[in-house]
Design a protein around this ligand. Structure first.
Ligand code: MV4
Length: 459
């Protein structure tokens, strides 16, 4: 087992990883930018090293600085958290060549999953359903038109290097397709330095359901069930839950098996996620694999009782998985609300600044993952998430009730947060019925008088 781990991240996830290390008796090293001197991850670690200026390009994304810190502190391993360098195959390779264990999958798996078009082909060969679309990258307009005609409109154009919705374009006819294709290519080139795009049939109002995977180096791959992450705005998830509401036992079983087949096709090791879209006819399709720990991992921890971060560390050190698929039991329901320092009434304008008053919820079945405290100043440079509130109930309606209790107890001021938005979501009839799709959030910002009469009556 490792003796010392460097956490190449900040915020709540750095704190989360430090806690797992401490539980395992492993020493921790935090790295921080000049804007994060007062952050909790700096205080909680055994050692902390400043790695540069506030902008992440000069600190949390600066590979030479992070590797130097790892060498100076003499760590055995690096945990990358999520975001930043967590899905950078080059970083994983550099760690390897410095004899520092990267706590995550092999660089080749990260690279393969990062090419969304190749990833699609990879799982198709493993007999996992993919959305009908182009075979590989589409390189010119004529080919784009041919593919789209064959699929039938609407179609969606996606960046091969994309993921998370960046550089996606929907087209409804031949006329719109050519512009959408050229725009998608240009956006992909600008955002990723790779203009490669592929085309899929567009699925309207899908649900986003993902499976948590754990895989050891000895050939065992299992899943820890499904999370529904359909409640998103502009590809930023707001609320996640597990189990996925309304997913039948048989569909759950089929999707879980497909997720394990997909992960094996990537020769996957460590913790990862297989993302699916589910359409109105309950057909499911692989869209992407995420090769990192995810923000929403706690909902899975709550219902399985498995500490995913501890598992990541154990798996990276070469241990075998100590439990089988059949021994994973799913208990009750869990919900996570992401509390962002943003103003939902002002188009989610970031609201950084000093937290003067902080009251966080507690009591039975409530977990809060955060790096903030009273007097903390939310810097403007990074992601605006300040806390995650996660609750566990015997069933979904109890979890909703406990989340509403928790949000009522929460005071974060004077900065604006997404707390009131979550209360609104949780009180919505459509949400309470479990009828979530990726269009849900847009519908929240429609005046109640324009809502379907059914929904108003039910409320
Ligand atoms: C789609 C789609 C509809 N049809 N693909 C968005 C993020 C990226 N991972 C995949 N995404 C989508 N892919 C086809 N063929 C709709 C989305 C999508 C979406 C997916 C999951 C959660 C929220 C979403 C919001 C808008 C669009």
């Amino acid at each position: 087992m490792f003796h010392k781990i460097l956490i190449a991240n900040r915020g709540e996830i750095a704190v989360r990883v430090i806690r797992a290390c401490r539980d395992l008796g492993i020493r921790t090293v935090s790295v921080y930018s000049k804007a994060d001197r007062e952050s909790l991850h700096v205080r909680l670690a055994d050692e902390a090293i400043c790695i540069g200026e506030a902008p992440s390009s000069e600190s949390y994304l600066n590979i030479p600085s992070i590797i130097s810190a790892a060498e100076i502190a003499d760590v055995d391993a690096i945990h990358p958290g999520y975001g930043f360098l967590s899905e950078n195959p080059h970083f994983a390779e550099i760690c390897e060549s410095c004899q520092i264990k990267f706590i995550g999958p092999k660089p080749e798996s990260v690279r393969l999953a990062g090419d969304k078009s190749l990833a699609r082909e990879t799982v198709r060969k493993a007999k996992v359903a993919i959305i009908p679309g182009s075979k590989g990258v589409v390189s010119d307009q004529a080919e784009a038109l041919r593919v789209a005609k064959k699929l039938g409109y609407p179609v969606i154009i996606k960046a091969k290097a994309g993921g998370g919705g960046k550089g996606m374009r929907v087209a409804h006819n031949d006329g719109k397709l050519v512009t959408a294709f050229l725009m998608a290519q240009a956006e992909a080139e600008a955002a990723f330095g790779d203009g490669g795009v592929y085309i899929e049939k567009y699925i309207g109002e899908p649900r986003h359901i993902e499976f948590q995977i754990l895989a050891d180096r000895h050939g065992t791959t299992i899943h820890l069930g499904a999370r529904d992450c359909s409640i998103q705005r502009r590809h930023q998830k707001l609320l996640e839950e597990s189990p996925a509401p309304g997913l039948s036992k048989s569909l759950f079983k089929k999707m879980g098996e497909a997720a394990v087949r997909a992960a094996k096709a990537f020769q996957y090791e460590n913790a990862g996620t297989i993302e699916f879209l589910v359409d109105e006819h309950e057909h499911f399709y692989f869209i992407e694999m995420n090769t990192r720990l995810q923000v929403e991992h706690p909902v899975t921890e709550m219902i399985t009782g498995i500490d995913i971060v501890k598992q990541q560390i154990r798996l990276a050190s070469g241990e075998k998985l100590s439990f089988s698929q059949d021994s994973v039991k799913f208990n009750g329901a869990a919900i996570e609300c992401r509390i962002n320092a943003e103003d939902p009434d002002r188009d989610f304008l970031p609201s950084p600044g000093k937290i003067e008053t902080l009251i966080l919820p507690g009591g039975p079945n409530v977990r809060v993952d955060t790096h903030v405290y009273s007097g903390y100043v939310v810097p403007p440079y990074y992601d605006s998430m300040v806390a995650k509130v996660i609750v566990h109930g015997k069933d979904r309606s109890e979890a909703i009730q406990i989340m509403l209790r928790s949000l009522k107890e929460t005071t974060i001021g004077p900065i604006k947060t997404t707390v009131p938005l979550h209360e609104k979501i949780l009180n919505r009839p459509r949400f309470r019925q479990g009828k979530v799709s990726t269009n849900f959030i847009e519908s929240l910002f429609v005046a109640p008088s324009l809502e379907p009469v059914e929904a108003r009556k039910a409320g």
